[in-house]
Design a binder for this molecule. Sequence first.
Ligand code: NDP
Length: 362
Amino acid sequence: MDAKIFTDENGKLDVLSGLTIGVIGYGNQGRAQALNMRDSGLKIIIGNKKDEFKKIAENDGFDVFPIDETAKQSDILFLLIPDGIMKEVYENNIEGNLKEKGALVFASGYNIAFNIIKPSKNYDILLIAPRMIGKGVRERFLTEEGFYSFIHAENDASGKATDILLALSKSIGTLTKGAIDISFKQEAVLDLFNEQAFGPAFGRVLLTSIYTLIDSGYPKEAVLIEMFMSEEMSYTYKKMAQVGLVKQVDFHSQTSQYGSMSRGIKFRNLPLKNTMKEILENIESGNFAEEWKKKSSKAKFKFIKFFATKTRINRLEQEVRKKLKMKAIDSYDYQEPTITDPAILMEIKKELEKFESYFQDY
Ligand code: NDP
C-alpha cells in the first residue's frame, strides 16, 4: 500500500491569513510548533495553566490565556499536551468553546484512533504528527532541513480541511522534508508497534549480547562501552537513515562487513515474527488502549518500572558509570510503590509475580 507524500509546493499559507491559531500546551512540541508557526507569519496565541510553562511562553513573547479562553479566540486549535490528559482537557475546556467549523489539530493519532476523544463533527479534525522530538522540530525549522511527519484530514467541516492541513504543515516546517498522509489509526498503530515490538525485541537482543560476553569473562566496562555506551551505534543508525540499510555497511571495515553479513544468516530463524504479529493485533484491536485506560494498569506500570530498576543490568551500569565518572541516572533510586486499594492489588497480583520473575534474568 503506497501513501501520498506532500512537500513544500503543496502548502499555500494564504488559506490561513486572518486566522488565529491557538496552541494548547507549551512543552516539547507546543513551544517548537508555536515558534515555527509565528516565524512563518501566522497569528499564534497560547493556552496554558498558570505555571512555569506560561512564563516560558510569555518570555518568548506570546500572549497566554486560560485554555477555554484560548479555544474561544481560536479558529484553529493545536492540542499539544500529554495524550493521557487530553480527553479531560478537551471535554472540560475545549468542546463548545472552539468555534463551529474550527479545526482541531493533534500531534498523535492515539486519542482519536481508539475513540478516547470523540470530537464534534462540526470541527475539522487534523493530524500533524512529527517524527521528531520538539527540540528537533525547532532546530530543523531554523536550519531549513525539515523533518518528516504523518499527516491527515479526518473530518472536513470547513470544506477546506486538506488545504488547512497542508498550510499548517508547511508553516511548521515539515513539508520541507516531507509529510506522509496516513490515517490517525495507522499513525497510532505504527507508533505503538515501534514501542511495543521493535523496542523490547531490540532490548532483549542487546542484553543477551551483553550477558553472553560478561558471562564469558569479558570486563563489564569494556562490554558496555562496546555494546552501546560509546554511542557508535547511534552513528550507524543515522547512517541507515541517510544512505540506506544496506549501503551503510560501507562505513564499516571489510572485516566487519564480511563478519556481520556472513553470520547474519544464523539469526534468520529468530522466533520474532509471531510475537510481533500478536503485539500488532493487540494494538489494532484497541485492546492495548483499553488495558492502558484502567486504574490497575497505572498501578502495574509503577511496579514494572520498579522491577526494571532492580535488574542486574541496572546494577552493572551503575558501577560502570561511576567508574567512568559518567552521570548516574535517576531511576537507580526508584522507590518501591505501594497500592492502597486491595481490589486493584488482587487484580494484578499474579501478573506482578510474573513480571518480577521476568526481570530477574534481565
Ligand atoms: P509535554 O509533556 O511536553 O506537554 C507539556 C505541556 O502540557 C505543558 O504546557 C503543560 O502545562 C501541559 N499540561 C500538562 N498537564 C496538563 C493538564 N493536566 N492540563 C492542561 N495542560 C497540561 O507534551 P509533548 O509536547 O511531549 O506532547 C504533546 C503532543 O505531541 C502529544 O500528543 C504527543 O504524543 C505528541 N508528540 C510528542 C513528541 C515529543 O517529542 N515529545 C513527538 C511527536 C508527537 P502545565 O504543566 O502548565 O499544565
